[in-house]
Design a protein around this ligand. Structure first.
Ligand code: CA
Length: 226
């Protein structure tokens, strides 16, 4: 059974989310602050974290930052309406998806399922994509650039795999968003940009002059086809 850690200080919301996720077949632990969250991730080893960004004590964004320091565990963030800058920062920190309060618990379950599906790699046989010296192993969800193994979050992995599958093809931000099975309605362009920035930071030899993941001005992105 897959494990979900819910980090939410509003007891009522935490309880509702736990109920819905349990009915959906997940094992759930709920905690109300960042310190317990970090301890729980280390001790209990969940498969995904649902993280409220507005927490007492350690702020949610700091929790995300701390989690990313050590792992690529999927993170679905919860934010209050109007905290757009938090959402962008959250995605830049490597969050995989986010929901704006108030949201329906069913929607959360759908997002959690989608992110976990991406994480477990959909299992479509042994397939390894190659473009130049970038290698994407779809089964093992591993990426290498030359001899260097690269750690990507599930969302970053999906984004890169989509681009590498068809080197040279230009993808709009909307198409990339579809490929991520994401239903983010507001500022989606910036969400994709944030993920691209993260992938570049990890795979590009020179972040300021991308060699692999190229910008197509006014349209979107493409992977270099040399
Ligand atoms: Ca809160």
């Amino acid at each position: 059974m897959q494990r979900i850690l819910v980090v939410e200080d509003e007891m009522q919301i935490a309880r509702t989310l736990r109920d819905y996720l349990e009915v959906a077949g997940y094992e759930v632990t709920a905690v109300g602050d960042g310190e317990s969250a970090l301890a729980s991730v280390r001790g209990w080893r969940p498969d995904l974290v649902v993280l409220d960004l507005g927490l007492p004590g350690i702020d949610g964004l700091d929790v995300a930052r701390e989690l990313r320091r050590a792992s690529t565990i999927p993170i679905v963030m919860l934010t209050a309406r109007g905290e757009e800058s938090d959402r962008i920062v959250g995605l830049e920190l490597g969050g995989d998806d986010y929901l704006v309060k108030p949201f329906s618990p069913k929607e959360l379950v759908a997002r959690v399922r989608a992110v976990l599906r991406r994480t477990s790699g959909a299992g479509a046989g042994a397939e390894v994509l190659r473009a130049g010296d970038v290698e994407v192993d779809l089964t093992k969800m591993r990426v290498r650039v030359g001899d260097r193994p690269i750690d990507l979050t599930p969302t970053e992995f999906q984004l890169l795999a989509t681009l590498v599958r068809e080197p040279g093809r230009v993808f709009t931000r909307g198409q990339l968003l579809d490929a991520l099975h994401s239903v983010t309605i507001d500022s989606y362009e910036r969400a994709i940009d944030a993920h691209v920035k993260n992938v570049r930071r990890k795979i590009e030899p020179e972040v300021g002059r991308p060699r692999y993941l190229l910008t197509v001005h006014g349209v979107g992105y493409r992977f270099a086809d040399e």
